[in-house]
Design a protein around this ligand. Structure first.
Ligand SMILES: [Ca+2]
Ligand SMILES: [Ca+2]
Length: 99
């Protein structure tokens, strides 16, 4: 099953490999994510409507991710966000907890 690895995720989202995620890369990341969701629940919204919604989501994400507001999300900022938002725990927790 899919296991969330922040380092791999960050690297694969960093399209130009400059070590930080900019707004475009966040947008691309979000779009990929939304495409995955689309497959499960086909949304037939007007394209313009969806674009505006995505713009809002990127804005929201950037505000949470980019802690120092320089327009770039460093790996440290990303990792901070990930650990706060419990993304690391979203995989099915079925590891044996007792011996
Ligand atoms: Ca980049
Ligand atoms: Ca930053």
């Amino acid at each position: 099953m899919y296991e969330f690895d922040p380092r791999t995720f960050f690297a694969s989202s960093d399209a130009d490999s400059n070590g930080v995620l900019d707004r475009n890369e966040i947008t691309a990341l979000l779009l990929r994510h939304l495409n995955d969701l689309d497959r499960q629940s086909p949304a037939e919204d007007a394209a313009g409507d969806a674009a505006a919604k995505i713009e809002q989501m990127v804005e929201h994400l950037m505000r949470q991710l980019d802690q120092d507001g320089d327009g770039h999300v460093t790996y440290a900022e990303f990792l901070d966000f990930v650990s706060q938002s419990n993304l690391l725990k979203t995989r099915p927790a079925q590891e044996p907890q007792q011996d």
